[in-house]
Design a protein. Structure first.
Length: 138
């Protein structure tokens, strides 16, 4: 079994968000933290050096039983050029709500947003709520 690289750490979420650059990313990160905490009811945990995660689940590959690990149910990272939002499109219902989010692009496992002003925060709350209900894959 391969070793999972991104795991929970003991790093401070507050310190990470305070240090995010540019300043708008730090501000957006703190705003997102408040929204994610409120909707999930979870205390955030740093995953690796740059992901703020809420909750966790066990995942497994139906094709390769050796591919197993843990991952946050939902979370975000305030990266320099955009905000990365995790877990929002992992359910069928989440994928159907995603077009109502506003201006975003998609990656393999996340949704990218340049500015929070470009998205509907009520839709974001719905997507976070769905993601936080995720159960283990194995």
């Amino acid at each position: 079994m391969s070793t999972q690289k991104t795991l929970p750490t003991g790093a401070s979420v507050q310190d990470f968000l305070d240090a995010a650059t540019p300043a708008t990313r730090s501000r957006d990160g703190h705003l997102l933290d408040g929204i994610f905490r409120e909707v999930t009811g979870e205390t955030p945990v740093m995953w690796g050096p740059s992901i703020v995660g809420y909750g966790q689940y066990n995942y497994g590959s139906p094709v390769n039983p050796k591919t197993r690990g843990i991952w946050p149910k939902t979370g975000f990272s305030p990266r320099k050029t955009q905000l990365s939002l995790y877990g929002l499109k992992d359910t069928e219902q989440g994928a159907s709500l995603l077009p109502g989010l506003g201006k975003y692009t998609e990656g393999a496992g996340c949704v990218y947003v340049k500015k929070l002003e470009d998205i509907d925060l009520q839709v974001l709350r719905q997507l976070i709520a769905l993601a936080s209900q995720r159960t283990d894959d194995w």
